[in-house]
Each structure stands twice: as C-alpha cells, then as structure tokens.
Design a protein around this ligand. Structure first.
Ligand SMILES: [Zn+2]
Length: 322
C-alpha cells in the first residue's frame, strides 16, 4: 500500500492507495499544516490523523510499503532536502531520516521506499499521467512521451511543475518549475522569498482576496468564493478584481508558453475552480504569445483536490518516467 502526504502552506493531506491505480484510494484526510509551529507538533498531529484513518479501515501501519511526500518548496532530487520553501521547519533537514523515524506507528523506523518532491511537481505528474493531461493527449493522439505540459497550482501559493516530452524537469537542485517566484510586476508587492512582484503575490488565492480588499475598502475580509459570487451580482469592485486577475493570469501564462510551448496548461488550487477564469483564454493567449496560432489548451485539473497527494503517493512507485 502506498501512503501519500501532501504538505501545503495551509493544509496537509494524506491518502492511501492499495495499488498504483488512482482508483484504488482507500482514504484521503486533511489537517492544518500550522507552519508557524514546530516539526514536533506537526508529527504529533500527522501521526494521530494517520492512526485514526488506518484504524477506521482496519489497516495496520505495517501494510504500508512506500511513502511519497510532496512539499511546498524546492526539493533537491539527489539530496532529498527541501532547500527553499514556505514551511520553515522542513527546510534543510534530512527528510528521509526524519520521516522514517517520526511517522512510524510501530515503534520502529519505516524501512520501505520513501521519496520527496515539490508539491507542484506531484500535481503536474498526476495530471499528466492520470488527469486532464492524459485526457487531452488521448483525444489528440499525442503519445505520452511527446507531451509537454505545465501544471500550475493557484492556491495559498503559486506552484508549478514542468513536463517536457513526458518527463518532469527538476533542474539542477530541484528549483525548476518555481514559477510562482518569477517576476510578474516590476518593483511590485514584496514576497516572503525576499523578492518583489513575484507571480504568487498576484495570482494566489490570498493575493486575489487582498486585491479586492484594498480596492473595495471592505471592512470584513471576503473569501475568494464570496468575491466571485459578488461579481455575479454585478458588484463593480468584484468584477474589477476578477478582470485584473484574468489580465495578470494571461500575462503569466503567455510568458510560460513562450518558454516551454506546451500542449496543455493544467490549473489546480482554489482559484482554478472558477469557470470565469477560462473564458476567452484561448483568444487572449493567441494575442499574447509569440506563436499566435493554436495556443496551449488551458484546462481545469481532473483529479480535483486529490492530484497533489496522489502524485506524491505514486512517487516511489517509479511509474512516472525518470
Ligand atoms: Zn517570491
């Protein structure tokens, strides 16, 4: 059985697959990450969640054969260390040693295969092999080994995974695909990474909410979902926040398209569930990209909130090329 753990900036999810098929999911549960607390606190809560989930299904910890973990940061593919990322207590520690020891429920170190990768990479791999990317490739008769795809998560942060000719591009130290920290606005808003104007500061869910709040001078912070509802009622501030978001998104996607020229761009995270962000995208990308004909298809993910954690669970299985 394959345990997947997807550590996000806000939520952490776990899932258990009984085989290497996405349909074999036995459970999927989530908890708060609480990134401002400690590693010890994280593992106490993670173990409690795992134990309760396994107990419910009468599964013993010893039945877990592999563990795959997605982390919100750059994970060195050789050293298996998160060299940069948004959950400070996972930075620059021996991940394999820590997880093998801390997650165990039987008093012994976990001895099975255990692998770590960036959460955006896990999302892109799952959508390429089992989700929207696979559907698109099947429909257009593009063999898996030729597919070029960009997976982008528009959630608490903005993450990404780059697939070229069916293979994930990790780069020298796992820093490839950190598209959320490419500059979208010169001398723009400060980012936690120390730079200014990062795409994440304009395209994440919190960035969208912040933009609306400053424009509308709202007394109470509204969720992204509330703002999209308000726009349906013709609220001018909500409409302007969405328009501005869409403009930034087109600029971002055209930059990425000019770098990678993908067949497909798959969007994930909370912002990706709003249908309005896809409206007119093809025409607008045509105008914005260097290659004006046949822009990449921009699609909503197929695996929903499960994509990242399923990708993580299947990491150690070796079913993703390379
Ligand atoms: Zn940044």
């Amino acid at each position: 059985m394959h345990l997947g753990i997807d550590v996000g900036g806000t939520k952490t999810e776990i899932c258990l697959l009984s085989s290497s098929l996405v349909t074999s999911q036995l459970f999927r549960e989530r908890m708060e990450t609480n990134r401002e607390l400690s590693l010890a606190d994280f593992f106490i809560r993670l173990k409690a969640l795992l134990k309760a989930s396994l107990d419910k299904q009468s599964i013993s910890f010893n039945q877990i054969t592999t563990i795959g973990v997605g982390l919100p940061g750059s994970v060195d593919p050789v050293q298996q260390v998160m060299v940069q990322g948004s959950v400070p207590f996972f930075k620059n520690i021996d991940l394999k040693k820590t997880f093998s020891k801390e997650i165990s429920l039987n008093g012994q170190e976990f001895k099975g295969k255990i692998k770590f990768d960036n959460d955006g990479n896990c999302f892109a791999l799952a959508e390429t092999y089992f989700g929207a990317g696979k559907d698109w490739a099947d429909q257009h008769q593009v063999p898996a080994e030729q597919l070029c795809l960009i997976g982008i998560t528009l959630g608490t942060g903005v993450g990404g995974g780059l697939i070229v000719n069916g293979n994930l591009i990790r780069g020298r130290r796992g820093g490839a695909g950190e598209i959320g920290h490419t500059t979208l606005v010169e001398a723009g808003r400060p980012c936690y990474c120390g730079k200014q104007g990062c795409a994440e500061q304009y395209l994440s869910g919190p960035a969208f909410e912040h933009f609306f709040k400053t424009r509308a001078e709202a007394l109470h912070p509204l969720s992204g979902k509330d703002i999209f509802e308000l726009a349906l009622q013709k609220d001018p501030f909500a409409i302007s926040a969405i328009e501005s978001y869409r403009d930034r998104l087109v600029g971002f996607l055209s930059n990425l398209s000019n770098v990678l020229d993908p067949h497909v761009i798959v969007l994930g995270g909370g912002m990706s569930t709003q249908k309005i962000i896809y409206e007119g995208m093809s025409e607008r990308l045509s105008q914005a990209c260097f290659l004006t004909k046949e822009p990449p298809a921009v699609m909503q993910n197929k695996l929903g909130g499960s994509a990242g954690v399923i990708g993580a669970a299947l990491l150690p299985e070796g079913i993703f090329s390379k």
